[in-house]
Ligand binder design. Structure first.
Ligand code: NAD
Ligand code: UDP
Length: 320
C-alpha cells in the first residue's frame, strides 16, 4: 500500500483503556494511528508497547483546546472523557468541557479534514432507565443537576452536537452507546466495579458492594466492544447504536462470581449506594445485530479470567 492509501485514524483518549485497545485493533487492520490524550485519567503504560511502531504516533494534547494536525485524516474516534463515576465526580468541569468543547473541536477537525467522525457515547444517556432493556429509541431518565449529571449531560450534548454537524455540515458521523465494558488495562483504582472487586478479591480485602447489591449491570468484554466499534465506523448508520453484552446480573451476584473466580476468601461488606446510581441496565442489541451483524462472543467467565490475570500480574510486580 502506498502512503496515500494507508487509512489515517485519530483516537482522542488514545492512552485510555478503550482508546489503547482500539489503537491496537486499527494498527492490526493496517491503519496509521494518531493518539491524542492529556493523560488526565489515561496512562502511557497502555500504549508503551507501540513505541517504535512507525504507524503509531502519540501526541499529548487536551482536546478541549484547538487541535492542529498536518496531513490527511480519514477517521476520528472521539473517546476522550473521564469515564468512571469517581473520575467524573472528581473532575466535573473537565468532564463537561471534554464532552462539549472537546466534541466541538474534534467535529471541527472532522469537517476540515473531511473525515468520518465517531462519538463514544454511553448507556448513561439513558440515566436511571424506566425502560428495560434499553433501546436506542428510549430518551432516558437523567437528573441534570445530580452528581452524575456532569457526565450524562456532557454525553447527551455531545450526541446533539454530533447530529448537528451531521445535519448542518454534512459530516459523516457515527454514535455508539457503550454499556459497561471491562478487560485488561482498566485502571486498578478507577473505582469501577470490575477492577475494584478484582483487586479487593486478589488482595483478600473486603468486597465493597454498594446498597444491597440488587442494582444490575451487563458486562461486555473489551475485544467484543472493539469489534462492534470498527463495524459501526465502517457501516453507513448515522443513528446511535447500543453495543454491550445483554447478559445481566446483580452487583451482588457479580461480587460472588469474582470471589469464586479469584479463589478468594474476601468477605462482602455493604456501603451506601451512590446518588442516582442506575437501578437496572441491560442493552437491547437488536439494532447492532441487524445493521452490523454484531453480537458479543466472549462469555463472562473467560473474559473475567483474562482480566483477573492482568490485575494479578500487576500485584505480583508490586505495581498496585
Ligand atoms: P479512560 O479514562 O481509560 O480513557 C479516557 C481517556 O481520555 C484517558 O486516557 C484520558 O486521559 C483522556 N482524556 C480525558 N479528557 C481529555 C482531554 N480533555 N483531552 C485529551 N484526552 C482526554 O476511560 P475508558 O473506559 O477508556 O473510556 C473511553 C471512552 O468510552 C469515554 O468517552 C467513555 O465515556 C466511553 N465509555 C466507556 C465505557 C466503559 O465501560 N469503559 C462505557 C461507556 C462509555
Ligand atoms: N459498585 C459497587 N461497589 C464498588 C463499585 C461499584 O457496588 O466498589 C456498584 C455501583 O454502585 C454500580 C455498579 O457497581 O451500581 C457499577 O458501577 P461502576 O462504577 O462500574 O459503573 P456504572 O455502571 O455505575 O457507571
Amino acid at each position: 500500500m502506498s502512503d496515500e492509501q494507508v487509512p489515517v485514524s485519530v483516537i482522542t483518549g488514545g492512552a485510555g483503556f478503550l482508546g489503547s485497545h482500539l489503537a491496537d485493533y486499527l494498527l492490526a487492520k493496517g491503519h496509521q494511528v494518531v493518539a491524542l490524550d492529556n493523560l488526565i485519567t489515561g496512562n502511557v503504560a497502555n500504549i508503551e508497547h507501540l513505541a517504535g511502531n512507525k504507524r503509531f504516533k502519540f501526541i499529548e494534547h487536551d482536546v478541549t483546546e484547538y487541535i492542529y494536525l498536518p496531513g490527511k485524516v480519514d477517521y476520528i474516534f472521539h473517546f476522550a472523557s473521564p469515564a468512571s463515576p469517581i473520575d467524573y465526580l472528581e473532575l466535573p468541569i473537565q468532564t463537561l468541557k471534554v464532552g462539549a468543547l472537546g466534541t466541538h473541536k474534534t467535529l471541527g477537525l472532522a469537517r476540515a479534514k473531511k473525515a468520518r467522525f465517531f462519538l463514544a457515547s454511553t448507556s448513561e444517556v439513558y440515566g436511571d432507565p424506566l425502560e428495560h432493556p434499553q433501546s436506542e429509541t428510549y430518551w432516558g431518565n437523567v437528573n441534570p443537576i445530580g452528581p452524575r449529571g456532569v457526565y450524562d449531560e456532557a454525553k447527551r450534548f455531545a450526541e446533539a452536537m454530533t447530529m448537528a454537524y451531521h445535519r448542518y455540515h454534512g459530516v459523516e458521523t457515527r454514535i455508539i452507546r457503550i454499556f459497561n465494558t471491562y478487560g485488561p488495562r482498566m485502571r486498578p483504582n478507577d473505582g469501577r466495579v470490575v477492577p475494584t472487586f478484582i483487586v479487593q478479591a486478589l488482595k483478600g480485602e473486603p468486597i465493597t458492594v454498594f446498597g444491597e447489591g440488587q442494582q444490575t449491570r451487563s458486562f461486555c468484554y473489551v475485544a467484543d466492544l472493539i469489534e462492534g466499534i470498527y463495524r459501526l465506523m465502517m457501516s453507513d448508520c448515522a443513528d446511535p447504536v447500543n453495543i454491550g453484552n445483554p447478559r445481566e446480573m446483580s452487583v451482588l451476584q457479580f461480587a460472588e462470581e469474582i470471589i469464586r473466580l479469584c479463589n478468594s476468601s474476601s468477605e462482602i461488606v455493604y456501603k451506601p449506594l451512590p446518588e442516582d446510581d442506575p437501578k437496572i441496565r441491560q442493552p437491547n442489541i437488536s439494532k447492532a445485530r441487524e445493521t452490523l451483524d454484531w453480537e458479543p462472543t466472549m462469555a463472562l467467565e473467560p473474559g473475567l479470567e483474562k482480566t483477573i490475570a492482568y490485575f494479578r500480574q500487576l500485584i505480583e510486580k508490586n505495581a498496585i
